[in-house]
Write a protein of this length. Structure first.
Ligand code: FES
Ligand SMILES: [Fe+2]
Length: 377
């Protein structure tokens, strides 16, 4: 193998530019607390993280919160209709300011000692501050965080110098709109998780599993009955990857499709590092997942569902997605995480054929390179 093809020569087996020859990241990348610390600093604190759909915080005073690992962030719609994001922490003694989602009448009031900030993050009242020597409210403005929208979705980034998301993923919005013609008519319906608990596997195991369908025929029998896996298409573009299932079987063991169902394909977008956007065959509902890393071997899922006109989910389909497909993937990932600490495993190969067929694992290779690039950047 030519030396210049090797991304990391010091790995026992090289991660190479060439997906067809490359080995995977060594298992310590999935288990070592030092790698996890580096990922926090170099990936999660520097990347665009999905928060919610714009319509969920449409009115003045509406807010949503999210945690980027241990960094709590609030996004607030101001009276001027602008979105602003702040570190969600009181500048007095660090109590968290907001939880969940909601609407603020006039100010953000800290639950601890009732300091109150306006919707732009400026400290307005701090009881007795006029009697505190040299106290200047201007010293206590909430530190801002970058916030942007792309295709009606709200993202935040803790890195003040990060390139805009639209620059990092220049084709994503057009691609979503081209394949989801009803994109602008989608309304948020509900959030849910899988199995009511975090998954005992790290975020990279989760993403590895998400970006390939080599496992689908064996591990998701009903999914493979609905979506023709050999017809699968799999591509990568900058910091995004897309899998399309272009052929489906209406009569299948996952959930039944009817004449009224307008979407007869499946789409799975991955946006680095932790967002997935999913449209399965049916009425065109969209599921957006924020993969929430919680530790080297633990991840939570925040799934938001959207439907035209806010139509509720069909129970059969909801059950399949949440309790069958989602749980099948959780169990796969948890087994892999246990396997990654085995002294009997270090690196695997990406199953990538010359034709880059859709069942191949070249998007997992693309992901491993993004991880390594970020850690070394
Ligand atoms: S910590 Fe917020 S008012 Fe004291
Ligand atoms: Fe899966």
């Amino acid at each position: 193998m030519a030396q210049d093809n090797v991304v990391r020569a010091e790995f026992a087996r090289p991660l190479s530019e060439d997906a067809e020859r490359s080995w995977t990241l060594p298992s310590r990348y999935y288990t070592d607390p030092a790698i996890w610390q580096a990922e926090k600093e170099k990936i999660f604190y520097r990347s665009w993280i999905y928060v919610c759909h714009e319509s969920q915080i449409a009115k003045a005073g509406d807010y949503a919160t999210t945690a980027i690992v241990d960094q709590n962030v609030a996004v607030v719609r101001g009276r001027d209709a602008k979105l602003r994001a702040f570190y969600n922490v009181c500048q007095h003694r660090a109590h968290e300011l907001l939880t969940g989602t909601g609407n603020l009448k006039a100010v953000i009031t800290c639950p601890y000692h009732a300091w109150a900030y306006d919707l732009e993050g400026k400290l307005r009242t701090a009881r007795n501050c006029e009697n505190v020597k040299g106290f200047d409210k201007a010293d206590f403005t909430l530190p801002q965080v970058r916030v942007e929208t792309l295709a009606n979705l709200v993202f935040v980034n803790l890195d003040p110098d990060a390139a805009p998301l639209a620059e990092q993923a220049p084709n994503l919005e057009a691609d979503l709109r081209a394949n989801v013609p009803h994109w602008d008519a989608l309304e948020f319906t509900n959030s849910y998780d899988f199995g009511g608990r975090p998954i005992e596997a790290g975020w990279k195991v989760v993403v590895d599993n998400y970006v390939e369908c080599y496992h689908c025929a064996t591990a998701h029998p009903a999914f493979a009955d609905m979506i023709e896996i050999p017809a699968y298409e799999n591509s990568t573009d900058g910091i995004t990857a897309l899998q399309i299932g272009p052929k489906i079987h209406a009569d299948n063991s996952a959930y039944k499709l009817t004449q009224e169902d307008s979407i007869d394909r499946a789409y799975f977008w991955y946006l680095w590092p932790t967002t997935t956007i999913n449209m399965l065959p049916g009425r065109g509902d969209v599921m957006i997942t924020n993969v929430v890393p919680q530790g080297p071997g633990r991840t939570a899922f925040h799934n938001d569902r959207f439907a035209v006109g806010g139509e509720p989910e069909i129970p059969e389909r909801q059950n399949y997605l949440q309790n069958i497909l989602g749980v099948e993937d959780m169990e796969l990932c948890e087994s892999v995480q246990r396997g990654l600490v085995s002294k009997g495993y270090d690196q695997g190969r990406f199953m990538v054929d010359e034709a880059r067929s859709g069942e191949g694992e070249h998007a997992a290779h693309f992901f491993h390179k993004l991880v390594l690039d970020a850690l070394e950047g």
